[in-house]
Design a protein around this ligand. Sequence first.
Ligand code: SF4
Length: 362
Amino acid sequence: MRITFPHLGNAYIAVESLLRGLGHEPVTPPLTNRQTLERGSFHSPAEMCLPFKISLGNMLEGIDLGAESVLMIGGWGPCRLGYYGEIQRLLLEALGKEVEFITLEVPRGNYSRYMVHLQKLTGSTKFDHLRSGASLSWAKLNALEELEILALQTRPREKKRGATTGYLQYQLEQLRAAETVQEVEEILSTASRGFLRLRAREQNRPLRLGVVGEIYTVMDPFSNLRLEERLGYLGVEVVRTISLAEWVKNHIFKKALGLYSLAPLRRLAAGYLRGFIGGHGLESIARSVDLARKNLDGVVHVLPLSCMPEIVARGILPRVSRDHGIPVLSLMVDEHTGEGGFQTRLEAFVDMVQRRVGRLGK
Ligand code: SF4
């Protein structure tokens, strides 16, 4: 089958290998751009959150390229992700797009429905082929996140402005073309040395800010207006609190086996939130407390407009900030967010944190 899927940062590199391993032809939509968002927004109900609109735009672009099927992840719980897939399927149908819609979600009792979707994907693929595709995809997912983290550490220390972003792009292209796990490992080891060469010898201690929030807007550079890159150029080392590989491990594998527990997050968020409120709301609070305990200089919280779990978190974060003495900036994004205002808010926050760090002699 020719299968398209929505973008989430650079995850397409791993998804392409997975689909090939399953014997399908991946139809990767163009990287998300203004047109994707405009097209997705045009066909979406106005009140839907930004990730819904962008992913719908990605699907439409993938279908334009000849995709016969759409792969989407689903979910359940108090946020809207649970019905994304179904609404998008109906919208595509109403637009006359004749595609098969495959939604993968963690089974909640209904294992037979889950197996039907899984079988559509695995089909008659031989086990060995499937296993090597899955390992290559898993290796690429972990490697791309490691490359991104190396870039986050290098950018505030780089000798030549922009060199890190260019080098990261180059290594991601190599990773995309890799055909074996060994090649992936070689790329990673070359890149680790390469990133070190981009750093200046004399370095001041960069500010360290943690980023928390809704997973899509945290991980997708288009929707967060290249937040990590902007912070890097302001001399900030960004510390990620969300990893897609971790998410897959916890929410697809561990949860399906009943091995995933929210207890560690609940303990961190004790006194602020009692439990799961959908999306990454609980994580945003728990991780902010954790970042404060690890003595980070500040927290940047990103959320899409109208995202219920993160709106709850945004209401609580000022208290976390006061109690733990850590500055927090919440940034809400949607299709109308302007770059100028966004940049000004980041600069003002970084300036305030820098002065605070100087005052405290950190
Ligand atoms: S977490 Fe927020 S942005 Fe993500 S699907 Fe749920 S409501 Fe939408």
